[in-house]
Design a protein around this ligand. Structure first.
Ligand SMILES: [Zn+2]
Ligand SMILES: [Zn+2]
Length: 303
């Protein structure tokens, strides 16, 4: 399975000299199996360039097919969709998957962002055949030769995590999510951090615990885990109510799941390439010391 990153940024696109190495586009990852099945996770602004590349091949002649898995419909995960060229070529077949909502159907959510006065081309004018699939938390399904598993994440208005298995490899995509410890997110907006003394209720703690266990299961033995690591520890202390994690949270999940490689993802818009290098170095040091600790523990257990 081939994995390509077309956008790795959270919140909003940030082009410029300070972000050109890691890139300034918002979330979009492409997974392709050896047999040619194509899954795109999230339609942030990165999907525009992917669309242009696809139009150089079978999507240009209306013979393309792709499956777009949407983690959630916050702006930075769907903003590029109206600019995804394969939508506008008759014959292409596109399938969009996202969590079922209580209030409106998926098609109307995506169509709304292309409605006047926000965009000149209404969604009804797309020429490709577009089908929407609404997902329930925890559902598993297959797309050609790729197997998909899902679970719910801890994020304002809820997000969906995906694991994709193909060609003997497993890739997990965990964005966006807060850690599973301090706040249980639902459908309401939190205007500030909870008071330092407040703790989640017993019921909320139980829900967080089972959510964490499901995320760990999703990452079990993964070859690659792509994880929302937007915040430094200091930023998390200031903004725990925005629903994002730190590298240490991602490392803990990967360690519990026995995952092989972690990709830090959904970078804060103000983080420059040089600052990201420093975040990466810090995360590598943490992962190394965690691995050394685990080795020591295993040796002690074996003797
Ligand atoms: Zn996001
Ligand atoms: Zn979000």
């Amino acid at each position: 399975m081939r994995v390509r990153f077309w956008g790795v940024r959270g919140s909003l696109p940030v082009p410029g000299a300070g972000t050109e190495r890691y890139g300034g586009n918002t979330s979009c990852v492409e997974l392709t199996s050896a047999a040619g099945t194509r899954i795109i996770i999230d339609g942030g602004t990165g999907i525009r360039r992917l669309g242009k590349e696809l139009m150089r091949a079978e999507f240009e002649s209306g013979k393309g097919q792709a499956h777009i898995l949407v983690s959630h419909t916050h702006w930075d995960h769907i903003q590029g969709l109206p600019f995804f060229a394969p939508f506008y070529r008759a014959g292409n077949r596109l399938f969009v998957y996202a969590r079922q909502r209580d209030d409106q159907n998926l098609r109307s959510v995506f169509a709304a962002q292309a409605d006047a006065p926000f965009f000149p081309v209404s969604f009804d004018r797309t020429r490709a055949a577009v089908a929407f699939r609404e997902l329930h938390d925890g559902v598993k399904f297959e797309i050609e030769d790729m197997r998909i598993a899902t679970t719910r994440l801890n994020h304002p208005h809820v997000a969906t995590a995906y694991a994709v298995v193909a060609d003997g490899a497993r890739v997990a995509y965990i964005a966006d999510t807060a850690p599973f410890s301090d706040i249980l997110f639902g459908q309401e907006f939190l205007s500030g951090p909870p008071s330092p003394r407040s703790k989640p209720s017993r019921a909320d703690s139980a829900k967080l615990k089972s959510m964490a266990a499901a995320v760990t299961r999703l990452c079990e033995g993964a070859d690659l885990v792509i994880y929302d690591t937007m915040y430094t520890p200091e930023e998390y202390r200031q903004f725990p109510h925005f629903g994002h994690s730190r590298p240490s949270d991602a490392i803990a999940v990967c360690r519990a799941a026995g995952a092989r490689t972690l990709v830090l993802f959904h970078h804060a818009p103000d983080r420059s390439d040089a600052e990201l290098d420093a975040v990466l170095e810090g995360a590598r040091a943490q992962a190394r010391s965690a691995a050394a600790h685990d080795r020591k523990k295993r040796t002690a257990e074996a003797t």
